[in-house]
Write a protein that binds this ligand. Structure first.
Ligand code: FAD
Length: 376
């Protein structure tokens, strides 16, 4: 293997995942070029909520989230103030006793991997968030979760990568990826390692990747500082995230550093359709009002759409692409790519450099796409 800075890598895509890969590669001594068709963070990353949240749908998801949160805690102090980091924690809201039971199970799962989490009863919840509707049964408070502004974080990570010699080219679309490099509008670039980190765009460059856009609406309000103190998520969010066919909404509310609240979220499979779904958006806003009646006094300033890069098993694709030995994939992070970006980048580089990563890489291997098709 070549040593030091003679090893060249091209990362295609400068969303949060490409930025994290570039940062990890550059720190490991790779000479990195990042090629971005648009501007840094302009894809799904710009549309996201920026909730750094540990989710536990599966052991693999929990492991990637927990490791990534650890890395975020290490690197957040090095990112610029514009990243608007808020260590507000998450409250997972239980509507009734059944959900409170689920909250207790969730607390045990977190405890098993060493994550702090505290069960709040109805009274403690009211003290923590006075504007929530009063009949909720309780909540799980996860104090280690945080919030940031994703496109600024992508730019911040790339600035750190640039300190290690990385070059970032914006407005530079890759037309094709092949065995040795990339073809651009004018000319081509070759490298020892190529990383496809183009999110929803990944299958266009690497046919066969099982990634489809899962669309979401978000809304942002005018300024009401202190209206809520934590990122609030209903436990039913898990059902919405799990659903694979019908359009769904779940209450998800985020306090922003500006005093605004960011209101989410919806999920639907409608391809890259750019026309909003007013009925679904109205359901989403009504759901928020059901949980926080005080939102009746808040004005929604703007709503927008984003496209989550979804995979069939809800885990990202991180690893070598068997058909092209120089090609590595870091894509398909669905609704968790801001959270899991740093661990994804580090996992990828550990695999590229032949180091044993701190978590089992097998659940994320891209070739599982073929294995599941083979068994279908
Ligand atoms: C409504 C919504 C809310 C969300 N909230 C959260 C949240 O709170 N927490 C969380 O963890 N995650 C959240 N997510 C998920 C998160 O936003 C994504 O998982 C993440 O942004 C994916 O990042 P990415 O870098 O893979 O993709 P992208 O950000 O889309 O980056 C890919 C980049 O590749 C570029 N590109 C594409 N094709 C080419 C090409 N041929 N040549 C060069 N460049 C190319 C694109 O321009 C783009 O900039 C949310 C998503 C949505 C839609």
């Amino acid at each position: 293997m070549a040593v030091g800075s003679s090893r060249e890598a091209i990362v295609v895509g400068a969303g949060i995942v490409g930025a994290a890969c570039a940062f990890a590669l550059a720190r490991a001594g790779w000479r990195v070029q990042v090629l971005e068709a648009d501007a840094v963070g302009a894809g799904t990353t710009a549309a996201a909520m920026g909730h750094l949240v540990v989710m536990d749908d599966s052991a693999a998801q929990l492991a990637l989230c927990a490791w990534s949160l650890e890395l975020w805690r290490e690197w957040l102090p090095h990112l610029p103030a514009g990243c608007e980091v808020d260590a507000c924690g998450t409250l997972w809201l239980a509507a009734d006793d059944d959900e409170l039971h689920h909250v207790r199970t969730k607390a045990q799962t977190y405890a098993r991997v060493g994550l702090a989490a505290e069960v709040l009863d109805a009274q403690a919840l009211r003290a923590a968030e006075p504007h929530l509707r009063p009949d909720l049964a309780g909540a799980l408070r996860v104090p280690g979760d945080q919030v940031l502004y994703p496109p600024a974080a992508a730019r911040g990570l790339l600035s750190l990568a640039e300190r290690h010699g990385a070059r970032v080219l914006e407005g530079c679309a890759v037309r094709t990826l092949d065995a040795d490099g990339v073809r651009l509008k004018a000319g081509r670039l070759d490298a020892d390692v190529l990383v496809n980190a183009t999110g929803c765009g990944a299958p266009a460059l690497t046919p066969g990747l099982p990634i489809v856009p899962r669309r979401g609406h978000l809304a942002i309000s005018d300024r009401h500082p202190g209206l809520v103190r934590h990122q609030l998520v209903e436990l039913g969010y898990l059902k919405s995230a799990h659903a694979t066919d019908a359009a769904s909404v779940a209450f998800n509310l985020q306090p922003r550093a500006t005093g605004q609240v960011l209101i989410g979220s919806s999920r639907e499979f409608v391809g890259f359709d750019t026309r909003p779904n007013p009925a679904l958006r109205a359901r989403m806003l009504q759901r928020a009002l059901d949980f926080v009646p005080a939102l009746a006094h808040v004005s929604v300033l703007r709503t927008w759409l984003g496209y989550r890069p979804a995979t069939p098993d809800k885990l990202p694709l991180i690893g070598r692409w068997p058909a092209l030995p120089r090609l590595w994939i870091a894509a398909g992070h669905e609704g968790l790519g801001i959270t899991t970006a740093l661990a994804s980048g580090q996992l990828l580089v550990d695999l590229i450099d032949g180091r044993t990563p701190p978590i089992d890489p097998l659940p994320y291997r891209p070739e599982r796409a073929f294995e599941s098709h083979a068994h279908a």
